[in-house]
Design a protein around this ligand. Sequence first.
Ligand code: ZN
Length: 92
Amino acid sequence: MMQLRCPWCGERAASEFHCGGTTGITRPPLACDDSTWSRYLFFRTNPKGGHGERWRHTFGCGMWFNVWRDTVTHEVKAVYGITEPPPPQGAP
Ligand SMILES: [Zn+2]
């Protein structure tokens, strides 16, 4: 079973968490064209390997945090704050 380490609660089963999707996406200005806006809303990468994701400890403390995870092995490489940049080893 996949385990995640909540920065506040420690190691827990992945069933206590919900994935909020890709992290680190910058919102374009409101005056952008429709193509840019639709790419922001609907298009995400689906990498094989390292991927930055937002997770919420839904059935615990309720806090959001970022995880850098290998999508092939599910190995969690890093856990970091929601406003922090990914650690150097988490760079794509
Ligand atoms: Zn927690």
